[in-house]
Design a protein around this ligand. Structure first.
Ligand SMILES: Nc1ncnc2c1ncn2[C@@H]1O[C@H](COP(=O)(O)OP(=O)(O)O)[C@@H](O)[C@H]1O
Ligand SMILES: [Mg+2]
Length: 260
């Protein structure tokens, strides 16, 4: 099967220890090539745990994860993981950050230069290649991190609340950039957020998680053109549905905490 396939995956942190934490439970999810899936769920419900497993940084306690039919056992440039805080190397220029992976895999300098030009332009940083990360705004740093991930031509982009640290206006622009990039790269995206609006603006499919241990509570397919007007009656209906689903889970988590 092509694409990402998560089958019956459970993750327990500290298994066998005094305080085991079940993070995700019996989770099954497929992401097709070029599909944009957004995981929406309350905080602490196991979203990041699942992304680490898909990235190959952690092993599931049970279940299997495959990409294009092959088991995922370790990280690979074909599956890039992007975090909330862009982790650029502060001593390198933006351009050298973007082409870092290409240098490691011995891509010729002329090709690296061409790739950097193209990618920096794509993320709207055409004039920032010679700057250092500390000279950039948070949004620009996050775009540079995107360009760096794209340089490796990933087939899957795993994004863990990538825009959570940005102000609302920057965030909306970044979502636009991401949609452009997604369309030109044809990569699959699995993006984690707790923002309903972000999910609605971006997703082909929203997968709503339960509170911990994370399981799939609902899936909402949004077969709608982008950019989407989140204030249209149709989108407001979707937002209400997501809100109700999340509210149930937050309520449940609170009750469980009170009992514990
Ligand atoms: N490395 C770890 N070791 C132990 N527990 C962890 C680890 N990472 C996450 N957890 C726990 O697993 C649960 C799910 O965390 P996480 O996947 O980060 O949730 P989310 O990303 O949805 O907020 C939390 O209770 C968290 O404390
Ligand atoms: Mg998280």
């Amino acid at each position: 099967m092509l694409g990402l396939s998560i089958k019956d995956v459970s993750k327990i942190w500290n298994p066998g220890g005094p305080d085991p934490v079940p993070a995700v439970s019996n989770l099954t999810l497929d992401v097709a090539p070029a599909e944009f899936v957004v995981l929406l769920g309350p905080s602490g419900c196991g979203k990041s745990s699942l992304l680490y497993i898909v990235a190959g940084l952690e092993q599931p306690t049970s279940g299997t994860v495959t990409f294009d039919g092959l088991p995922i056992t370790e990280p690979s440039p074909e599956r890039s993981l992007i975090f909330q805080e862009a982790s650029l190397y502060p001593w390198l220029t933006v351009k050298d950050n973007v082409t870092f992976g290409l240098k490691i895999n011995h891509t010729a300098p002329a090709k690296r230069e061409a790739a950097a030009q193209k990618l920096l332009k794509l993320v709207g940083l055409g004039n920032a290649g010679n700057k250092r990360p500390h000279e950039l705004s948070g949004g620009m740093r996050q775009r540079a991190a995107l360009a760096r991930a794209l340089a490796m031509r990933p087939k899957v982009m795993l994004m863990d609340e990538p825009f959570a640290a940005l102000d609302i206006q920057t965030r909306a622009r970044m979502q636009g950039h991401l949609l452009d990039i997604w369309e030109s790269s044809k990569a699959s995206i699995l993006l984690v957020t707790h923002s309903i609006d972000e999910a609605l603006a971006l997703a082909d499919r929203i997968v709503v998680f339960t509170s911990r241990p994370g399981r799939i509570k609902a899936e909402i397919t949004l077969d709608l053109p982008r950019p989407r007007d989140l204030r249209s009656p149709e989108m407001v209906d979707y937002a209400r549905r997501c809100e109700a689903l999340l509210a149930e889970e937050v309520e449940r988590a609170f009750k469980e905490q009170e009992l514990a």
